[in-house]
Design a protein around this ligand. Sequence first.
Ligand SMILES: O=C(O)[C@H](O)[C@@H](O)[C@H](O)[C@H](O)COP(=O)(O)O
Length: 268
Amino acid sequence: MALLESKKDRGEVRIHESLDELSTDLADYIAELSEASVKERGVFAIALSGGSLIGLMRNLCGAPYNKTVDWSKWYIFWADERVVAKNHVDSNYKLAKDHLLSKLPIVPSHVHSINDSLTAEEAANEYEFVIRQLVRTRVVNVSDVSDCPKFDLILLGMGPDGHVASLFPNHSVLEEKNEWVTFITTSPKPPPERITFTLPVINCAANVAVVVTGGGKAEAARLAIDDDVGPEGLVLPARMIQPAVGKLVWFLDNQAGSKLKSFSQFSK
Ligand SMILES: O=C(O)[C@H](O)[C@@H](O)[C@H](O)[C@H](O)COP(=O)(O)O
C-alpha cells in the first residue's frame, strides 16, 4: 500500500498503487468486517452500490474468501438502485448478481433487492418498509443514537461530481432527515429514476467505505477528503459522509489520490 493515513474527521485514507492492490485490500477489509460482525451479531448486513465498485470486489469470489467467509450469514442490500427492471443492463442488482452474487453461496432469501414493478416513490417506500422489518428482528442492527438502521457495512462509489449512492450535488434529497430510503426522478447520471439511502442512514452505519479510482475523480476526492477546502467542498455529497459513531475508510488508487495534500508530501 502506498499510503495509509488517518484524518481527524474524514476517516482513514488508503491509497493503492494499482487496482489489483486495491481489490486485494478491499476484499480483506470486507472479509474482516464480516468475521467480526458474524462473531458479534451472528449476521453481516452489507449494502452495495453500483458502478466500478462491484468489479473491484472480485477477489471475494476466489481463494481464500470462498472458503473462509461465512456466506450463509450475509444479508445483501443496495445503498442505491436505478428504477429499471432487474434484468436491465442498468440495474445495480443485475450488475452485482452477474459479477458477484452468482459466484458466492449467498442464501437467495437474504438478497434484498428493490421491487422493480413499482414507481420510484413506491419502490423507495417498500424498500424502507422491508428494512424496518429487518431492524425489528435485528437482521439489520439499530443505531445507538437514533432509530436508524445500523448496517454493518455500506459500500459506496463516488462520481467525478462528488455524488455517492444517488445523492447528487445540490439536490434536495441531501436535506432528507426523516426517510431512510428516498427516490429521485432527475438524476444527472442516467438513468434518471433512482432510489437511495439517505444521509442519516449512511451516517448511522457501523462502517462506510468509499471506493474511488481514476484521475477523473482526483479533484472530487480532494474536495471530499482534504482539510480547508472551502465552500466548494462543503456542498459535496461525499464530504457529507460523516458517520456519527461508525468508521469511514476511503479506498483510492494513485490517480484518484493524486490531488490530496498528503499524496504530494508522500511522493516528494
Ligand atoms: O448506481 C449508481 O450509479 C451508483 O451507485 C453510483 O453512486 C456509483 O457508485 C458512482 O456513480 C460511481 O460509479 P463508478 O465507480 O462507476 O464511477
